[in-house]
Write a protein that binds this ligand. Structure first.
Ligand code: 4FV
Length: 252
């Protein structure tokens, strides 16, 4: 999968693209990420990428032409991206489902805004506008890295064990179950017995119970479109009908 990123701060991407799962995927050529400095597509000697807003008001607005030239160059040099994404608070909330969908595409471009945002005419070259959350950042670079990381995990082979991607939270609309590792006891904090039992049937059921309980407690909104299997549906109905399903949940 190929990513093209347009930004006025290309250096912000170096470390993140050299680390962990994404860094390894780039080394293994599973991912190709090209970061374009928007100033390379300016024509004035001040390499201006922003200007004052028509109609007045505070702050500056990103000029359309450098962005158009950057997108033209990407089209010419690397082929037209399947999807051009603009990161902005006005965008649709980015979800796991978007990550899965974009992860199946060959080529995505990510436009990173700065200042008050981009000139509205830039949206004539944008396929999707996404937001990573209802808060205002100083730039679209961090959102672009969030999207790149979430999407890259769905590129086959990027995450060692595809199973863990499939079981990722939100894949089916449920929050993840609690994770524990050695040692079994830290001070008076113990790992739940069921996880030490070796009884995989019981462990699998306990984890489902935990995911459903946590989701109901912390993100009941997710349950509306969660793809629960019969066992999870049964657990949810039991909880909702006030009767805890089968034995202690290891948190008492
Ligand atoms: C943002 C978000 C975000 C707004 C003005 C960049 C900043 C500046 N992008 N999700 N939340 N962008 O705050 O995606 O141009």
């Amino acid at each position: 999968m190929t990513f093209d990123i347009v930004t006025i701060f290309p250096a912000m991407f170096e470390a993140a693209l050299a680390a962990g799962v994404v860094g390894r995927a780039i080394d293994r050529r599973l991912l190709e990420v090209v970061v374009h400095d928007l100033r390379d597509f300016t024509t004035d000697r001040h390499r201006s990428v922003d200007d004052v807003p028509y109609g007045g008001g505070p702050g500056m607005v990103m000029k359309p032409e450098p962005i158009f030239k950057a997108l033209d160059a990407i089209d010419e040099r690397r082929g037209t991206p399947v999807t051009v994404l603009l990161m902005s608070p006005q965008g649709k909330p980015f979800t796991q489902r978007d990550a899965e969908r974009l992860g199946a595409q060959e080529h995505v471009a990510l436009l990173c805004g700065r200042y008050e945002g981009v000139d509205e005419r830039v949206r004539s070259r944008v396929d999707e506008e996404v937001s990573i959350g209802d808060y205002v950042l100083s730039g679209g670079e961090l959102p672009a890295l969030v999207v790149l990381d979430a999407v890259a995990r769905h590129v086959p082979g990027v995450v060692g064990d595809d199973q863990s991607v499939a079981e990722d939270s939100f894949s089916r609309g449920l929050l993840d179950f609690p994770h524990y590792t050695r040692p079994a006891v830290v001070g008076d904090l113990r790992v739940p017995d069921v996880l030490l039992s070796g009884n995989h049937q019981e462990i699998r059921r306990w984890r489902k119970q935990q995911s459903v309980e946590r989701t109901l407690e912390r993100r009941p909104d997710l349950l509306e479109n969660a793809a629960l299997d019969d066992e999870e549906r049964q657990i949810l109905n039991k909880i909702r009908s006030g009767v805890r399903a089968g034995g202690s949940n290891g948190r008492d």
